[in-house]
Design a binder for this molecule. Structure first.
Ligand code: AHG
Ligand code: MN
Ligand code: MN
Length: 340
């Protein structure tokens, strides 16, 4: 719609606030901070080959994985852009072993922020799309400042979630429970402009996204489901950046999976700041996200960095995969549907 071309993120947030009079505006302020941080990271990503932001930071993260300079840079940017506003009470980040507390000189607020500040690190140095994933929960702890329990909440309780994809353009996509909306950064204005109002994922997939080199290590029921999928015609697309694979599938229809394997019996991807936020987005767009047995959004987290198998995307294949992998739908049950 024409007016969308001049609907900035700020204007859209105000419009959304008017729809929900009980909205205090406190949460809206955090979205402004997230958008600012996304612009700062964009600037570094766009110049990565020129500035000294490529390569390793010379240390490992909590998983022993090499931290790249851009991981560390993005982490600092998103922490410092959100810690001062008095809206956040505590944070958890892939790049920090424990919770990130709000410095005592700043007031604390009603929301916990969980984030993967830079997703797709292996793609940074080769100019392939990368992203940031964020999730917000309401504070539930009793004390004046936040606590880890504010972070360890089921995804169903998120108040907002979304991601930034630093691709051919920078896009911010988020939901607060009233649909999924996408904003494209116009670098000539320095503004995020509404470009995708109320995104809905196609019912059935066009693309299958999986690292099929892991096939021999997948559980038999996963291998069997992949064999079932191969009888249909899908294109295979796997970028190795979850956000980029997810975003393409959201717009075009797709099924992404990162199953467990012998090396990682609970999968590779993290529940709190990868699977759960994207599960909130996908369900708001009409899709589904499963751990192979039930909804990602219903999992009660026990640790900040816990991993979870992830099957996410168009509802047809994602629900079929869950039924197949959990054993509810036996391969000999006949074709999954007339179109199957
Ligand atoms: P991160 O860079 O935040 O560690 O995430 C990387 C993840 C995810 O982006 C991607 O889907 C997956 O790792 C790719 O894993 P493989 O290289 O094992 O396929
Ligand atoms: Mn990640
Ligand atoms: Mn990351």
């Amino acid at each position: 719609m024409l007016e969308d071309r001049v609907t900035s993120l700020d204007r859209f947030i105000i419009e959304q606030e008017r729809l929900y009079p009980e909205a205090t505006g406190r949460f809206s302020n955090i979205l402004y901070d997230i958008a600012l941080a996304a612009k700062v990271v964009t600037r570094e990503v766009r110049r990565a080959g020129i500035t000294d932001i490529l390569g390793r930071a010379g240390r490992a993260n909590v998983y022993g994985e090499d931290v790249t300079k851009l991981d560390a840079f993005a982490n600092n940017v998103f922490i410092h852009a959100t810690e001062h506003s008095g809206n956040v009470c505590i944070m958890a980040s892939e790049e920090n072993d424990g919770c990130v507390e709000i410095p005592p000189e700043y007031p604390t607020g009603s929301y916990a922020l969980l984030m993967d500040p830079l997703d797709g690190s292996s793609n940074i140095d080769v100019n392939v799309a990368i992203g940031t994933i964020f999730s917000f929960h309401r504070k539930i702890s009793k004390g004046p400042r936040g606590a880890v329990e504010d972070c360890l909440q089921p995804g169903r309780r998120q108040v907002a979630a979304g991601y930034v994809v630093y691709g051919s353009s920078t896009m911010l996509v988020y939901t607060t429970g009233s649909g999924v909306h996408g904003f494209t950064l116009d670098p000539t204005l320095g503004e995020f402009i509404l470009s995708h109002r109320n995104i809905r994922i196609p019912e059935r997939s066009t693309y299958i996204s999986a690292n099929e080199s892991n096939y021999p290590k997948w559980p038999e029921e996963v291998q069997s489901y992949v064999g079932h999928l191969r009888k249909r015609s899908y294109s295979s697309r796997y970028i190795g950046s979850l956000v980029a694979d997810f975003h393409r599938n959201l717009l075009k229809g797709g099924f992404f999976m990162y199953p467990p394997d012998q090396k990682s019996p609970t999968g590779k991807l993290r529940l709190l700041y990868e699977a759960a936020p994207l599960a909130f987005v996908i369900e708001q767009a009409g899709g589904y996200a499963s751990d192979g047995h039930g909804p990602i959004l219903d999992i009660q987290p026990t640790e900040l960095h816990q991993r979870v198998p992830l099957y996410i995307g168009s509802p047809f294949e994602t629900r079929e995969a869950e039924a197949w992998i959990s054993g509810r739908k036996r391969p000999d049950a006949g074709p999954s549907s007339s179109a199957g």
